[in-house]
Design a protein around this ligand. Structure first.
Ligand SMILES: [Zn+2]
Length: 394
């Protein structure tokens, strides 16, 4: 029998459809939630370990649904960062894993890393060799010769794309990432210009789906988004320049939009950072204008939405705060970094929710995010797989 850990919660936000009132006990065994019950009549001297979080609100560990451990968008020009040798990128990635975890991010969905550096990190974070979140990773992002993506591998034509997808799967990719349209952070490429063609996208989807894996596409808008939806791409990343009909179509098809708000809305941000080229800074400014409206459109159309920082490490709380200022309810904004984000990661029932059977990934914060999302900034305690992570000092 596994020893039971009991977590005493001042308030509990399970992210299920019915939230409990008053203090609660979460019982954890084998790294998973075994039971949730009211704390009435709780005897602290009963068997097993007690984690006292009675001063705080406990909720599921947060999920950053779009990030890159090898990059830090707030550290300046990414193309330059990506020229570092692999051992330097690996050390930076490991250090950022710890930062994310200690800020309450217990799961990260990675959407493009260089040379499979992320694969051993996923294992080391999982077995506790290094502190870091659960990783759901695309391994290498895949881009065409004329496309965007600082750390991506280049693949052209149906044959080239097919091979790149297969290599990623062979190395253990959890999902596949295509850079379909141009991007903001690459000089000289407009973010709505399609770079992969429809046949290349369809080839990637066919190989991935046959292997039981999803495909996500970096796609801001325009023809590239239509091509992705036609070809069966599961997740559209960014999507801020999509037309209203494209939001409607994503909703109708039940596909996902993974928004990245902070990378554009944070001020000062890349638009204000002189290490980026002037045309890139101009594109960051234009994207800032479109970002809030895209969240409102997603809500209007009823699109399934998850949020990610795009490599602002530890900054997922700000995504929810930006989403709420753009029109989501606080509950919807919270879901986009917990329950919805888990679904987008393929971890429904496993992460982003506190129910029996789920991984015991949880955080304790000051205040109640149902009243004020800024409470998410004050993470006081983090548990991943039922084990306490040192949250202090980061
Ligand atoms: Zn990205």
């Amino acid at each position: 029998m596994d020893r039971v850990t009991r977590v005493l919660c001042g308030r509990l936000l399970t992210m299920t459809d019915s939230e409990p009132d008053g203090a609660q006990i979460i019982e954890i065994a084998g790294g998973r939630v075994a039971r949730v019950r009211p704390a009435d009549g709780f005897a602290p001297d009963s068997d097993g370990a007690l984690v006292d979080l009675s001063r705080w609100t406990v909720l599921p560990g947060l999920i950053d649904a779009h990030s890159h451990l090898g990059l830090d968008v707030m550290a300046g020009n990414e193309a330059l960062q990506a020229t570092a040798p692999d051992h330097v990128l690996a050390l930076r990635s490991a250090s950022r894993g710890a930062i994310n975890l200690r800020r309450g991010i217990t799961t990260m969905r990675l959407v493009g890393e260089k040379n499979f550096i992320d694969v051993p990190l996923r294992q080391m974070f999982e077995d506790g060799t290094l502190p870091g979140p659960r990783l759901v990773t695309a391994t290498r992002g895949i881009r065409p010769s004329n496309g965007h993506g600082a750390t991506a591998v280049v693949a052209d034509g149906v044959e080239g794309v097919t091979r790149a997808v297969r290599e990623n799967l062979r190395h253990g990719a959890d999902h596949i990432k295509l850079f379909v349209t141009g991007g903001v952070a690459t000089p000289g490429i407009d973010p709505v210009v399609p770079c992969f063609d429809r046949e290349e996208i369809a080839a990637a989807v066919e190989v991935a789906h046959r292997a039981g894996k999803t495909v996500c596409a970096h796609a801001y808008g325009g023809q590239g988004v239509d091509d992705c939806l036609d070809a069966g791409v599961d997740h559209i990343e960014h999507g801020i320049y999509m037309a209203p009909r494209q939001f409607d179509r994503i909703a109708e098809l039940g596909r996902w939009l993974v928004g990245t708000l902070g990378v554009f809305l944070t001020q000062p941000g890349p638009a204000e950072d002189p290490s980026w080229s002037p045309d890139v800074r101009e594109k960051f400014l234009r994207a800032r204008e479109a970002t809030a409206g895209s969240v409102a459109e997603a809500k209007r159309a009823g699109v399934k939405l998850a949020l990610g920082t795009d490599a602002i490490h530890g900054g997922i709380a700000e995504e929810a705060i930006f989403a709420a200022s753009a029109g989501l309810s606080r509950r919807e904004a919270l879901a986009a970094i917990t329950h919805n984000a888990a679904q987008a990661c393929g971890l429904e029932g496993e992460a982003g929710i506190i129910v029996p059977g789920a991984a015991a990934d949880l955080i304790a914060i000051d205040g109640d995010p149902r009243d004020d999302l800024r409470a998410l900034r004050s993470v006081r305690h983090v548990m991943k797989g039922g084990k306490t992570v040192d949250a202090i000092g980061y």
